[in-house]
Design a protein around this ligand. Structure first.
Ligand code: ADP
Length: 616
């Protein structure tokens, strides 16, 4: 046994090397002799079992030969094939042989001497075959003897509860008779007492017709068919599929490899389980460990589509049952899609959360803003009221002061007149001069106070706004200025069609009278004043200009002159109060317009007044 282990170890050491025929492989190897064809589902099952234990690709270290006995005619052909295999492996140092099925087992036993007498692991052979081929002294072992029909039958009867049995199989291959005999023994041993009909050695068409019209509560048991009744070779899977497709009763069997071919399943022989056991034995031996006794390879396996077809649910199966061919769940099929959807939903959820938070904080901000706006509006209203009140108070104050100042001034003027009259023409010339000076001062102060009163009254006349023809306004201003114009011989030209604006005609008249009056006044001595009043429409506004040929105003003084009491000349040069332009600006602004001084390329000044057209 120990030398056998060393040989297996050497064989497994080369597992993974690409199988390229016995001549190319170095050292002892394992020969797998299959009675069947390499494409048979059961073959793949066996290999899967081996791989489960030895790892994937382990088959590369094992040399496969397929006798394909159900299809290769017995006699010369089979013997020729055996001879071929013998010759092929005669000089190959085999560490072990796996023989699956009766033909392979019988060949392995016959050729043992010529293959170097390797120990053999037999799989799925009946007891009588084992008795003939197993050599315990050579280390032979038997894995998965023939299927246990008794166990299979018990479970099938339990699940389907039939009143009659139909058994289907063939009779042409050597093992068929063995299977039928074994099955009959099992029926007898169980003493089931049901009518049993054997549909064997019949043409497939006949079998198919029969299974389509079985009486109710019939159960079919399938004992494998490697040919139909006429001897035409077939695979047991193909036959099973065709029977199941036509049958009106559930079909059971004893081999797990038929799962997916139309059998319900049950307690069945699993070649995959046998493969696992053989793999474990090879491994234990390679490690120099004792090989445990081969276990039964019978397993509880069910086919999901067939359970559904005959209406049996999983709860009716024995514990530990395996269900195969179950369609993948929606989760398994759409796992990636569902994960993606879940991830997207999670992302959308966070986004929604984020948006909800954003909306909440925006709402909070808007609410705060609304509160702020309300309080701002309230404050603006309060401030506006305060401003209006203080403005009104200021107007009142200016008016009161101006008015009250006039009384002592009037008294001063009156007393000066009395004093001058009392002194008479004999008065001292110097005293007379001083008195005249005081009188002029009082007069000037009176004019200034009058100007202040006018200034404070702008916008408070109490007159309502009306359409004002500026042509009429300017004509009135010129009328008022007529004595002055005549005195200095001024030339005043006024453009035709001066526009109409909305406003207070008296205030506008005062505005233009001031401007034209200044234009006539502020000319160099000896020069004849020339004044031009012109206008132009500018969108919704009108622009009226008053240009003169006077002394002009320096660019950096053009804002200053609009201030109260601001003058650029002395009283001696040009008399005045310094209130005229301040009044003009206040009137222009009160009408929603503005006033400013522009360059006059020809010398002198240009005063431009912009007013909204307003009504009219
Ligand atoms: P007043 O004419 O009574 O002095 P104004 O407010 O009308 O007061 O004018 C302020 C100052 O602006 C004047 O003192 C003068 O220096 C200057 N000014 C006004 N109009 C003209 C003008 N057309 N040409 C030159 N200087 C002017």
């Amino acid at each position: 046994m120990r030398s056998w282990g060393r040989r297996i170890a050497a064989a497994l050491a080369i597992v993974g090397a690409v199988g390229c025929g016995p001549a190319a492989a170095a050292g002892p190897q394992v020969l797998f002799l299959s009675s069947f064809h390499k494409d048979l589902p059961a073959q793949r099952e066996f290999e899967r079992g081996l791989e489960t234990v030895l790892g994937r690709g382990s088959a590369n270290g094992i040399l496969f030969e397929f006798l394909d006995s159900p299809r290769v005619p017995a006699g010369d052909a089979a013997e020729g094939m055996a001879a071929l295999i013998e010759r092929k492996y005669r000089s190959v140092p085999l560490s072990a042989v796996i023989a699956w099925g009766r033909p392979a087992a019988e060949f392995a036993a016959t050729a043992r001497g010529r293959l170097g007498r390797p120990p053999t692991l037999f799989v799925e052979i009946a007891d009588d075959v084992a008795a003939a081929v197993v050599d315990r002294s050579a280390g032979d072992l038997v894995y998965a003897g023939q299927a246990n029909y008794g166990q299979s039958l018990v479970e099938a009867l339990r699940l389907s509860g039939p009143e009659r049995l139909v058994v289907i199989g063939d009779g042409t291959v050597p093992t068929a008779a063995v299977r039928q005999a074994g099955f009959k023994d099992a029926v007898a041993a169980l003493g089931i007492g049901l009518p049993v009909e054997y549909l064997v050695e019949r043409p497939l068409e006949e079998v198919l017709d029969r299974v389509a019209q079985l009486p109710p509560k019939t159960m079919i048991f399938y004992l494998l068919s490697f040919s139909d009744g006429r001897g035409t070779p077939m695979t047991p899977y193909e036959v099973a599929q065709r029977i199941s497709a036509r049958a009106n009763a559930p079909m059971f069997s004893a081999w797990a490899s038929l799962m997916g071919s139309g059998v319900v399943g049950g307690h069945v022989l699993s070649i995959e389980a046998a493969g696992e056991d053989v793999g474990a034995a090879l491994r234990a031996l390679a490690a120099g460990q004792p090989v445990s006794a081969p276990r039964s390879a019978m397993r509880l396996v069910y086919d999901w589509p067939q359970l559904r077809r005959w209406g049996w649910d999983e709860a009716s199966l024995p514990p530990g049952s395996a269900i195969v061919n179950r369609p993948p769940s929606a989760w398994e099929i759409y796992r990636w899609e569902m994960s993606l959807v879940a991830a997207s939903m999670a992302a959308l959820g966070s986004l929604a959360g984020f948006l909800a938070r954003a909306v909440r904080s925006r709402d909070a901000a808007l609410a705060a803003l609304a509160v702020e706006r309300a309080s701002l509006a309230e404050r603006v209203t309060v401030r506006t009221d305060e401003l209006a009140r203080s403005n009104a108070e200021l107007q009142q104050f200016v008016y009161a002061v101006s008015h009250d100042l006039r009384q002592p001034l009037t008294a001063i003027s009156a007393y000066i007149t009395l004093i001058q009259r009392a002194l008479g023409p004999t008065a001292d010339a110097e005293v007379g001069h001083h008195l005249a000076f005081v009188g002029a001062g009082a007069k000037r102060m009176n004019a200034m106070i009058g100007g202040l009163l006018d200034y404070s009254r702008v916008g408070h006349s109490g007159r309502s706004t009306q359409a004002v023809d500026l042509g009429v306004v300017v004509a009135e201003a010129l009328d008022n200025l007529q004595p002055t114009i005549a005195e200095c011989g001024a030339l005043v030209t006024v453009a035709d069609g001066l526009p109409t604006v909305a406003g207070d005609d008296l205030e506008l008249m005062r505005l233009f009278q001031n401007l034209i009056g200044n234009a006539i006044k502020y000319v160099a001595p000896g020069l004849r004043p020339e004044v031009a009043v012109d206008w132009v429409a500018e969108g919704e506004a009108v622009r009226i200009t008053v240009a003169d040929n006077g002394i002009g105003i320096a660019a950096d003084q053009r804002e200053r002159v609009f201030g109260v009491f601001q003058r650029l000349v002395t009283q001696d040069e040009y008399a005045g109060t310094g209130l005229g332009l301040a009044l003009c600006r206040k009137i222009a602004e009160h009408h929603g317009g503005r006033i400013r001084i522009e360059d006059n390329p020809g010398g002198g000044s240009v005063f431009a007044v912009e007013l909204p057209r307003g009504a009219g």
